[in-house]
Design a protein around this ligand. Structure first.
Ligand code: ARG
Length: 366
């Protein structure tokens, strides 16, 4: 029996990875947590249903580009099993008219060492998304005797989990920024809620973005679950929609992070990096002024790269400025055409989940 699951950070040499699939993807109906995610002026407001088939096929083509690029470099690729996401769902606590997709895996699965944990997402439409990964989890469980197959405590997601007056009025961008600065988010603290993509793993340290999808109770939960690790909350007051840390604060190798120039960490939160001589540089400008059609994310998916090892990084093929910056930072750049997968929830890092990277649990902040 082999060791299949092991990963402690986002830069050690990648050997095995999960890449999502766009099949049957939905634009989910509005619900307390997601209306927050859709900007008021977005073409997607009030719209829901199956995504157009041509866009699904094109998104899948892009994911195949990524699969090929990593396989060419000797990485083993696993794929989820999509469900019929247009089914209505219900639990004793809530009902929703549909699910969403199994993109991107990074939001659902968190790999820490030999453990992969399904997250405690705050969106009702994502409540059953983990099922798409269960066949893989069973396979890892059968083949790797050390693999820990875990599900984080499932949030109830009753109405008490959300602030219901949070977005009722048409609030302006400035007001949103004030709320972010005040750490006032749509989720309440009645239970731990977190998306795996809010957790940045750096060996002994977990840096977790506190924002629209992950609350403070989750940080407390993480600290008790992993007493041997150190949990740090991060806030980015410049982000009016703080969801997922991987288009904001992205490590390339030990000692080097690229940071979204509009989203610097809140006061005091850089201290630990500075004290340990880490370099935090502003990321290059995105090549595009707008995200592609029907996309939830911002143009900053430009920096949502997939590090293959401390010297090699995959960057989206059209993001020429980001590629140039990576090159100057001493990274070999592998361009992959993935932009038409952005509408399904994210870029190169989002579209994947780590299964195996070489290396162990290091202390980068002694
Ligand atoms: N909130 C980010 C932005 O729009 C997008 C992050 C997407 N990441 C992910 N893991 N789904 O800039």
């Amino acid at each position: 029996m082999a060791k299949i699951v092991n990963s402690w950070n986002d830069w050690d040499p990648l050997k095995r990875v999960i890449v999502g699939r766009c099949d049957n993807s939905m634009i989910p109906p509005e619900e307390p947590a997601t209306s927050e995610k859709v900007p008021v002026d977005s073409e997607m407001r009030g719209m829901w249903g199956l995504r157009p088939l041509a866009t699904v096929e094109r998104g899948n083509e892009c994911l195949e580009n990524l699969v090929k690029a990593v396989e060419d470099r000797g990485v083993v690729v696993d794929r989820p099993t999509p469900l019929q996401w247009n089914q209505a769902i219900g639990t004793p606590d809530f009902r929703n008219d549909s699910m969403m997709t199994c993109m991107p895996p990074r939001d659902i699965l968190l790999t820490i060492g030999n453990e992969i944990m399904a997250s405690a997402n705050s969106f009702r439409c994502r409540y059953f998304e983990y099922l798409a990964y269960w066949p893989l989890m069973k396979q890892y469980f059968d083949e790797d005797p050390e693999f820990k197959w875990t599900q984080a405590p499932r949030p109830r997601l009753t109405d008490a989990s959300y602030k219901h007056n949070y977005y009722d009025e048409k609030i302006t961008l400035e007001e949103r920024l004030v709320r972010t600065a005040n750490k006032d988010f749509v989720t309440t603290e009645v239970e731990p809620m977190w998306d795996a993509a809010d957790v940045m793993r750096m060996g002994k340290d977990l840096f977790i973005q506190h924002g629209l999808t992950t609350n403070r109770t989750a940080m407390e939960w993480f600290q008790r679950y992993y007493p041997e690790l150190r949990v740090h909350a991060m806030n980015f007051p410049g982000d009016p929609y703080p969801i997922h840390i991987d288009a904001t604060f992205v490590p390339l190798r030990p000692g080097l992070i690229i940071n979204n120039p509009h989203r610097h960490p809140a006061e005091g939160q850089l201290a630990i990096f500075e004290a340990n001589d880490w370099e935090v540089v502003d990321a290059a400008q995105p090549a595009h002024d707008e995200p592609p059609a029907l996309c939830y994310s911002s143009v900053w998916l430009s920096m949502n790269c997939l590090v293959l090892d401390p010297k090699t990084v995959i960057v989206e093929a059209s993001e020429v400025h980001q590629q140039e910056q990576m090159d100057k930072l001493g990274m070999n750049v592998v361009p992959v055409d993935l932009r038409d997968a952005y509408p399904f929830g994210g870029g190169l890092h989002c579209s994947t989940a780590d299964v195996y990277r070489e290396g162990g649990c290091e202390d980068y902040f002694p």
